[in-house]
Design a protein around this ligand. Structure first.
Ligand code: FES
Length: 273
């Protein structure tokens, strides 16, 4: 239950029934290492993704139809020729608005409200608490019952939007099988396709997806299709944390590779065409 400010000094590890220990923690192992690594990993991704989303250069390789996921779908008249797979219903955008502005906030909200990322940043960024048996610095605790954290409950709706975005990423992967004159496969095709598949794995391993698939059923035997889907999702779900980090990595790798090829820094090794 939410704690009133007047009670805050007497709750948690400082509560009346708890032993009065001056030390912040009695742990003497390196409990601070996992939260530190998490902060560094998340910060590196956010800095990279923010810079790349704003620069508006080297995001589309016309000869091989490679589009970076950070600019997909590219719906503005400011997008370079060929990169708008779904038309350009939005006019020109000023430089301070990223070309992927329609999709990036939802991707961010999907990940920010993800059960795994919550665990990661509640411990590392918010330190609530930073580790088992380490007292948190905050005096008050209201859980996810108030703004802004009550928004975490909307995760299921961000999941639905993430599914649509995964379909768009799949389309981008399909059209990357291109050689300039027809069908072709290059290293970029492999990277973009692997990224799309892993994004599907991450999205489908979502805890909300698992509940949508098999939750609120009284008898699995009466819902064989949902039961099968739930079984697959449950297996993926055990790897949700690994998929969360892997896809952060493959998103950066895919974008970085497209940037290298689009800017002419490297040429794309071709397997076919
Ligand atoms: Fe992580 Fe839904 S719980 S994406």
């Amino acid at each position: 239950a939410p704690v009133k400010a007047s009670e805050s000094a007497t709750t948690g590890v400082f509560g009346r029934g708890r032993a009065a220990i001056a030390a912040r923690t009695l742990r003497n192992d390196r409990w601070w290492l996992p939260p530190l690594v998490t902060v560094l990993g998340l910060a590196a991704f956010i800095i990279y993704a923010t810079i790349r989303s704003f620069v508006r250069t080297a995001y589309w390789v016309d000869s091989y139809h490679y589009l970076t996921p950070f600019y997909s779908p590219c719906l503005s008249a400011s997008c370079v020729e060929g990169s708008s797979h779904f038309g350009q219903p939005i006019g020109h955008l000023p430089m301070w608005i990223p070309l992927g502005f329609l999709v990036l906030p939802f991707l961010l909200l999907f990940r920010l409200t993800c059960y795994y990322y919550r665990k990661a940043y509640y411990r590392s960024v918010w330190m609530s608490p930073p580790a088992c048996a380490v007292a948190e610095p905050h005096a008050k605790y209201s859980g996810e019952t108030k703004l802004p954290l009550i928004i975490q409950n909307a995760h299921r709706y961000f999941f639905y939007i993430a599914v649509i975005i995964s379909v768009i990423n799949t389309y981008d992967a399909v059209i990357s099988f291109h050689s300039g004159s027809g069908f072709g496969i290059g290293l970029g095709t492999v990277i973009i396709t692997a990224n799309a598949l892993l994004l599907w794995a991450y999205t489908l391993s979502c805890h909300s997806c698992r509940h949508i698939a098999g939750g609120r059923l009284k008898h699995f035997s009466q819902h064989p299709v949902r039961y099968r889907f739930w079984t697959v999702v449950s297996k993926l779900n055990t790897r949700h944390m690994q998929l969360a980090w892997t896809t952060l990595g493959t998103l950066v790798l895919t974008d970085f590779y497209v940037m290298l090829v689009a800017s002419g820094t490297i040429s794309d090794p071709r397997l076919i065409g």
